[in-house]
Design a protein around this ligand. Structure first.
Ligand SMILES: NC(=O)c1ccc[n+]([C@@H]2O[C@H](COP(=O)([O-])OP(=O)(O)OC[C@H]3O[C@@H](n4cnc5c(N)ncnc54)[C@H](O)[C@@H]3O)[C@@H](O)[C@H]2O)c1
Length: 358
């Protein structure tokens, strides 16, 4: 059977992970081309991964190669524009996070999906570990009872050298701070597992970096099912940790990691004296892992492409988390709680994450 033809646009830091996964963790894809505006970078990248063609223009690559799928790994401010171009020239898209600069851009991507009949997904790899998929199934079948309270904590550290990269630290090019660029992974997992979210009240602050965007954010969340959650995102935390805790009526589920996780990082517990010992064994039993979480998302995307089905992190699956972040920013900047669905055309926070349209 013919392999799926994939092209990578943007050949900086994260692109190597995409190439490695496509070449080593899935066996039915060929990376046929790479693109970067920096010729030296794309040439070196193509040599390293033995990619047969390289380009310095995405438009030329799309016209000449007609790839089945495009992976977009450029700085964030280019994601929506390149995603729409790729959809319109015949490709499906798996785009790095954050997928868009605003809810307006997300709607433009949705329109392009409708026009072309193709799908554009956001990289949200944390949903794709076996442990997350297993827990989602348990939640959806009500195995552990109602979700009650959740804690979603991304406490990371980024130094001045990190923010010396020109596209980082500004609203225009990074599109937001630690909420949009760092906490987005765990927030997406939490909101997908516990959601849909209903209302958010947030604070943001820039405590210790010379940047425009926030380096700390905190939020209180109400979920439609009655659960409440508490969220913290930071890039000023010297001992780094990514921690998720969800208390259900019958069980507490925790995940501790940093930039990725494996099955053994999930923990299930019940209260002392509970009669759920047998259930706990079943709840904690996970399928063996043969790929990392990133590889699982790429596998899912290729499978959806082959079947012509909408991938999990496209459409509403991409919007839910970005709408949450837009609402966090609106709440922090206006001092009011924000309900899901309330930021619509005409609202400055529909046009831009920081509500500034000029
Ligand atoms: N999913 C994850 O865990 C994860 C981890 C790191 C970064 N990211 C995301 O990946 C994206 C890229 O981050 P990075 O650290 O690799 O950045 P980077 O700066 O290392 O690489 C970006 C590359 O894109 C190239 N580029 C710029 N404009 C281009 C254009 N018009 N056409 C083609 N190439 C262009 C740049 O020359 C550069 O080589 C960001 O959105 C970031 O948030 C995701």
């Amino acid at each position: 059977m013919n392999k799926v033809r994939v092209a990578i646009i943007g050949t900086g830091g994260i692109a190597g992970k995409h190439a490695e996964v496509l070449q080593q963790e899935v066996n039915d894809a060929d990376v046929v081309a790479a693109v970067d505006v920096r010729e030296d970078a794309v040439k070196a990248f193509s040599e390293r991964f033995k990619i047969p063609a390289y380009y310095t223009s995405a438009e030329t690559m799309l016209a000449q190669e007609k790839p089945d799928i495009v992976h977009i790994c450029t700085p964030p401010n280019l994601h929506a524009e390149l995603s729409i171009k790729a959809l319109e020239s015949g490709s499906w898209v798996l785009c790095e996070k954050p997928l868009a600069a605003s809810l307006k851009e997300l709607d433009q991507i949705a329109d392009a999906e409708k026009r072309t009949g193709r799908y554009c997904s956001s990289v949200y790899q944390w949903r794709f570990g076996n442990g997350a998929q297993h827990l989602k199934e348990l939640i959806d079948t009500n195995a552990m009872g109602k979700p009650m309270i959740g804690i979603c904590q991304t406490t990371w550290y980024r130094d001045d050298a990190y923010y010396a990269v020109p596209w980082r630290g500004t609203w225009k090019t990074e599109l937001g701070g630690c909420s949009m660029g760092h906490g987005i992974h765990l927030m997406d997992l939490f909101l997908w597992l516990y959601g849909p979210w209903q209302e958010v009240t947030a604070k943001i602050s820039t405590l210790d970096h010379d940047i425009e965007v926030e380096d700390v954010s905190m939020a209180l969340i109400n979920f439609e099912n009655g659960a409440i959650g508490n969220m913290i995102n930071s890039v000023v935390s010297p001992r780094q940790e990514t921690y998720l805790r969800m208390d259900f009526q019958e069980s507490t589920v925790e995940l501790k990691g940093l930039y990725s996780y494996k099955n053994d990082q999930w923990a299930y517990s019940s209260y002392d004296g509970s009669n759920h010992a047998e259930d706990l064994k079943a709840w904690s039993a996970l399928d063996s892992e043969n790929r990392g979480i990133f590889g699982n998302q790429v596998r899912h995307h290729i499978d959806c492409f082959k079947r012509g089905e909408r991938p999990l992190t496209s459409g509403f699956g991409a919007r839910m988390t970005l709408e949450f972040i837009a609402s966090m920013y609106k709440s922090a900047m206006t001092g009011q709680s924000v309900k899901r669905g309330s930021i619509v055309e005409g609202d400055p926070f529909y046009e831009a994450m920081n509500g500034q349209t000029s």
